[in-house]
Design a protein around this ligand. Structure first.
Ligand SMILES: Cc1ncc(COP(=O)(O)O)c(C=O)c1O
Length: 169
C-alpha cells in the first residue's frame, strides 16, 4: 500500500484498515446490498459486489489498485462468508487487469464450512478441497493464527516469486 493507492475489499478489519490508511492508501468497501441487513437470510453476505468492483477499477485505474482484498469470513459483519462463485467472479475481473487477489484467511475454515453447507455443488467436497480451490484464485494469503488456527502469530504465503521478493524485506 502506497500513498494515492486504493484497495477494494468486501469488508475491512480494524487494524488492517488502520495500517492501510497510515501508509497513505484508501480502503474501498464494496460489499453487496444485503451485507449490512441483519434481517437478511442471504447465504453469502460477505460477497464482494462485482459491479461495484468494475466501477472502482474504471474510476481509480488498475495501476492504482495494488491488490483486491477478500476477507473470508468477514469478521466485522458477523462472520458472513463469501461464495466460491463470487471468488471466481472476482478472479475473472482481476485477470483482465492484472490485479492480485489477497485473501485474509484468518477465518477461512468457517468460510469453507459455509460453502459446503450453502453453495450448490460443494455438499460433498471436503473442507480441505474447498480451501484448495479458494487458494487457486489467490496470489497472496495471510492469516492471524489466533482465529481458526488457535495459535499465536500468523502466516503469509504466496505462489508468486515476485510477491515473495517484494514482501521479504
Ligand atoms: C479477519 C481478521 N484479520 C486480521 C485480524 C487481526 O489479527 P491479529 O490481531 O492477530 O493481528 C483479525 C482479528 O480478529 C481478523 O479477524
Amino acid at each position: 500500500m502506497k500513498p494515492g493507492k486504493a484497495v477494494p475489499m468486501n469488508y475491512h478489519f480494524t487494524t488492517t484498515k488502520a495500517h492501510f490508511e497510515l501508509a497513505g492508501g484508501k480502503v474501498l468497501e464494496i460489499f453487496g446490498a444485503e451485507a449490512l441487513n441483519t434481517e437478511s437470510t442471504d447465504p453469502f453476505k460477505g460477497n464482494l459486489d462485482p459491479a461495484k468492483f468494475e466501477a472502482v477499477i474504471a474510476e481509480w485505474g488498475a495501476g492504482n489498485i495494488p491488490f483486491v482484498r477478500m476477507e473470508a469470513t468477514t469478521n466485522l459483519i458477523g462472520g458472513q462468508p463469501s461464495s466460491m462463485a463470487n471468488l471466481r467472479e472476482v478472479k475473472a475481473i482481476v485477470a483482465r487487469h492484472q490485479i492480485p487477489v489477497v485473501i485474509d484467511a484468518s477465518l477461512i475454515s468457517e468460510n469453507a464450512y459455509f460453502i459446503r453447507k450453502r453453495e450448490a455443488g460443494y455438499e460433498n467436497t471436503s473442507i480441505r478441497d474447498i480451501i484448495r480451490e479458494m487458494m487457486s484464485y489467490t496470489e497472496i494469503c495471510y492469516l492471524s493464527g489466533r482465529k481458526s488456527c488457535n495459535v499465536r502469530g500468523g502466516l503469509i504465503a504466496t505462489n508468486d516469486i515476485r510477491h515473495f521478493e517484494a514482501i521479504r524485506p
